[in-house]
Design a protein around this ligand. Sequence first.
Ligand SMILES: [Zn+2]
Length: 220
Amino acid sequence: MALRAISKKTQPYNGKVLQLKYKRNIVNNNNQEAFESAVRTMMKSVGEDPEREGLLKTPERVFKAYEFMYGGYKQDPIEILRSATFTSSNDEMVLIKDIELYSTCEHHLLPIIGRAHVAYIPNGKVVGLSKIPRVVDVFSRRMQIQEQLTEQIAEAIMEALNPKGVAVVIQARHMCMEMRGVEKINSTTTSSALRGLFKKDQKTRSEFFNLINAPQGNRY
Ligand SMILES: [Zn+2]
């Protein structure tokens, strides 16, 4: 790994101010009644009877499921990352592979199921490892498109940690392509967001892609 040598020459991320568009939208949850009534309307519109026994409690369950699936609007990813940063002289790549990801597409509100691989190169600060999957969850639990999700994870890490580089790759299946629309099953969409050294330095980039493409091998 030649990162140590490279890092001397490369300017760290300059911390240019990013619009924290993902910080907005603190939702007010006092609208449960309206929500449930909307679910009943949807049921009726597809030909169901929301008053039949099996469906009576469904609107409430859907409300609770939505609260969870879209809980990301109430969380600040920057705060989560900054709450667990530690000073460190480590400047080698930190990679968290195969982070399970469940999101929904903003066009159909249907599931996006996949994995995220996130790497960064510290610049004086490291973050508690569990915070990276949490940030993936925060952005996944919003209405998304995969490309934007990928970018937002990378930007949040850049902003919170000011590392020498960040790389995020997401591989996912989109239920809006499988259950409806083109009905293509077994197609995977891959998106990536590379920042800092991962963008500028070929070796760093190859190392990252080799690591995420390496076969799983034995789990330990
Ligand atoms: Zn969709």
